[in-house]
Design a protein around this ligand. Structure first.
Ligand code: AMP
Length: 178
């Protein structure tokens, strides 16, 4: 995804940084200010859609909760399935699950077993990649149900945390990097 310096500055200017949320030391990237700006939000959605299109996906997997704000638009624009990956206990049908380590404790993601299958090429979408742990667990989840992950896309990548490493050879795209 190629955006120029002016566009990058513009998008960064509409993302609010909240210090010490949800705990001391975290600089939280608040995207609600981006979502409220129709021009900037539209630009980000279109940029992500074009990057996803190049990977020729058959499904776009969005990660709860902020991935749900982005992934359905991309899936609709590309004319492919939107598939939700959710927190435990939310999906009504048979699920596959994947747990992953957090700084303290662990978390789990779930998806419907029949949501995608062996012929599917999946692009994973979330708002932000930090350590890559959430995206990596989602990649393993998608692989568990037999599909192929062809890419993972984010609005923001925290480059200094090297989340790309966690995703191995999966293609990663992001609109802006810090
Ligand atoms: P990670 O699994 O470490 O890549 O963390 C990614 C998930 O945590 C995403 O779903 C983000 O929404 C959230 N997240 C992590 N760090 C931040 C941050 N600094 N600002 C906003 N969201 C964050």
């Amino acid at each position: 995804m190629k955006i120029d310096k002016t566009q990058e500055q513009w998008i960064k200017s509409v993302i609010r940084e909240v210090a010490d949320f949800p705990k001391p030391g975290i600089g939280f990237k608040d995207l609600t200010t981006l979502f409220a700006d129709p021009k900037a939000f539209g630009f980000v959605l279109d940029a992500m859609t074009e990057s996803a299109r190049e990977l020729n996906p058959t499904a776009i997997v969005g990660i709860e909760a902020r991935g749900f704000i982005l992934a359905p638009y991309i899936a609709q624009k590309l004319g492919v399935a939107f598939v939700p990956v959710r927190k435990p206990g939310k999906l009504p049908w048979q699920v596959e699950r994947q747990s992953y380590a957090l700084e303290y404790g662990e978390d789990t993601v779930e998806m419907h077993k029949d949501a995608v299958g062996k012929d599917d090429r999946v692009v994973i979408i979330d708002d932000l990649m930090a350590t890559g742990g959430t995206a990596c667990a989602t990649k393993m989840l998608v692989q568990k149900v037999g599909a192929t992950v062809v890419g993972a896309g984010f609005v923001i990548e925290l480059g200094f945390l090297d989340g790309r490493k966690a995703l191995g050879d999966t293609k990663v795209f992001s609109v802006i990097t810090y």
